[in-house]
Ligand binder design. Structure first.
Ligand code: ZN
Length: 406
């Protein structure tokens, strides 16, 4: 509250100053004296709530799909959403059977030796690269309690993922989809990948579900499962629900089980932007002060034009509502749950770094590692995630016509 309120105040006094010569001739409208309701909504986010939600997710270890700890995490998320007032929770049920492992050929090039360009999503890797990969070694986790918690391996079969919906008052038949993935890997706590994005979605569900918040259009808050196996939870959602869009059911009820999709916004790894790896392959210990949130769309997709526009709407919201860190727009969105939507509707992802050129080049040393733990991160890291939450809240509130009622 204090920082954003101060900013709003600073803005209005600046506007008054600029308007002064004009005001001498015509009485100035009171527009600037009315507090921005969206800024008030953004001020309902705070670092401690955000951290507590991430901490809550880490009680289920890495939340690997197809395990009991993953199912318990889905149950916990659903309870939390309900406790926030997002009571109309539903689940997508689908089947996931792991594909047979690819045969190993002795001469496959190591990840770090692949050509730097073109890299994932059409990006171009430059500068120093560090090692990346998925830790599959239980003994790399020194904490015996966490090692035991993460021991159960995935079994093929039924999967579930949960969502809830803020129903719009004048256009209940249209919605934005706000997502993050609740599953993780690597024998840690998946605190950043993707507890940090999951917590943003949950925190936004909390703020938008406050009884005094109304929106014209609907918003769906969804926590994907099976992201780490190849976006299978998001793919299942598209397969099951794309054709249901905009249909009133039952007829005449004014209810739309699947409002028409207006845009998809994914949050995946939100907290760690310490810069490029150093020459010795390690990362700077502290969040860099010039850290930013990367808003990416995919220029090589059918909906590139609309996605580009959506990305800039988020950049504008960041300028207006994020307290500490800026955002930058890029065109190489890849490897996350917004990808199955990118040829259907405007789709973007928010991240700590560019997925292709930066995370793919080793800018996050905890990615899929036993060190992706709540305790690994400082408040400066958590704050980068909070700023992404402020950005998305501001953007989605603007796009859905959010207002506060007494
Ligand atoms: Zn992820």
């Amino acid at each position: 509250m204090p920082i954003s309120a101060a900013r709003v105040l600073a803005r209005s006094s600046f506007a008054l100053l600029v308007a002064a010569p004009l005001a001498a001739q015509t009485p100035s409208p009171a527009a600037d004296s009315t507090p921005d309701p969206i800024a008030q909504m953004v001020s309902r986010l705070d670092l401690e709530h955000y951290k507590a939600t991430i901490k809550g997710l880490t009680q289920f270890g890495d939340r690997r799909q197809g395990t009991e700890r993953n199912r318990k995490a889905v149950d916990w998320i659903e309870q939390q959403l309900k406790s926030y007032g997002c009571t109309n929770t539903e689940r997508i049920t689908y089947e996931f059977n792991a594909p047979p492992p690819r045969p190993r050929t002795g001469n496959a090039p190591a990840r770090r030796e692949r050509p730097a360009y073109p890299a994932e999503g059409g990006s171009h890797v430059r500068g120093i690269r560090a090692r990346t990969g998925v830790n599959n070694d239980s003994l790399a986790q020194p904490d015996a309690r966490l090692r035991a918690l993460n021991t159960e391996q995935s079994k093929d079969g039924e999967r579930q993922e949960v969502y809830c919906t803020k129903v719009g008052t004048t256009h209940p038949d249209e919605m934005y989809i706000v997502g993050g993935h609740m599953d993780g890997i690597g024998w840690g706590e998946a605190a950043n990948d993707d507890g940090s994005g999951t917590a943003i979605v949950m925190e936004l569900a909390r703020v938008f579900s406050s009884p005094d918040v109304k929106t014209d259009r609907s918003i769906r808050f969804i926590l994907w499962n099976n992201e780490e196996t190849g976006l299978n939870g998001a793919r299942a959602y598209v397969a099951q629900r794309q054709a249901l869009q905009g249909k009133e059911s039952p007829a005449g009820s004014g209810k739309y089980p699947e409002p028409r999709w207006l845009g998809m916004v994914q949050h995946d790894m939100m907290m760690f932007d310490h810069g490029m790896p150093l020459a010795d392959g390690t990362l700077p210990k502290e969040q860099r002060p010039e850290a930013n949130t990367n808003i990416e769309f995919q220029s090589n997709s059918k909906m590139a034009e609309g996605s580009n526009k959506l990305a800039w709407a988020f950049s504008t919201a960041n300028d207006k509502y994020a307290t500490d860190y800026p955002a930058v727009v890029g065109q190489h969105m890849t490897n996350t749950d917004s990808a199955p939507f990118q040829d259907i509707i405007p789709s973007i992802s928010l991240r700590e770094n560019e997925r292709g050129a930066q995370i793919g080049a080793g800018w996050d040393p905890n990615w899929h590692q036993p060190t992706d733990l709540f305790k690994t991160y400082s408040d400066k890291d958590f704050r980068l995630g909070l700023n992404a939450a402020q950005t998305t809240l501001g953007a989605i509130a603007t796009l859905t016509g959010a207002r506060l009622t007494k």
